[in-house]
Design a protein around this ligand. Structure first.
Ligand code: CMP
Length: 141
């Protein structure tokens, strides 16, 4: 079944010029990019996006990092996009990520880990709606 998931190229990867290489990797891995926008999160947006982590010790640092520079937000479409994209990203901590994964190749540490991806259908729906209006999503068909 065709599925959609939210992808974010994070500020670390944007800053070091890896955005193009990451998008190339995504397209070569069979994902269609059905929506994209480059933006910069406010602190409030970063806190809202990561609200599920608000009790975690890394919340302040994570939300500061996520608004430290621009991000590229995309909706990816593929068969089983959510689990496939998570496999392409690799483990949260790049030190534990498998060879050939985005985080192994582009991330520096478990916070500045180059990319974000939704972890389940419900979070994908919420996260796509966080960045794209209902009209933009409807237009995708
Ligand atoms: P992401 O997939 O965007 O989801 C939550 C983010 O929190 C994660 O990637 C990392 O950027 C960050 N994160 C998760 N665990 C830790 C940790 N132990 N220390 C710092 N940051 C973390």
């Amino acid at each position: 079944m065709k599925e959609r998931t939210l992808s974010i190229v994070k500020p670390d990867a944007m800053k070091n010029g890896s955005m193009g290489a990451i998008i190339d990797r995504l397209q070569k891995s069979g994902f269609s990019i059905v929506a994209a926008k480059m933006t910069r999160l406010s602190k409030a947006q970063a806190e809202a996006f990561y609200a599920v982590h608000k009790e975690r010790p890394f919340f302040k640092s994570l939300t500061e990092f996520m608004c430290s520079g621009p991000v590229m937000v995309m909706i990816l479409e593929a068969e089983e996009a959510i689990s496939r994209y998570r496999a392409v990203m690799g483990a949260t901590n790049p030190a534990e990520a498998e060879a050939g994964t985005l985080r192994k190749d582009f991330a520096t540490d478990k916070e500045k880990n180059a990319v974000h991806g939704s972890d389940a259908p419900e979070t994908a729906a919420y996260e796509m709606g966080f960045f794209f209006t209902p009209y933009e999503l409807i237009a995708l068909g």
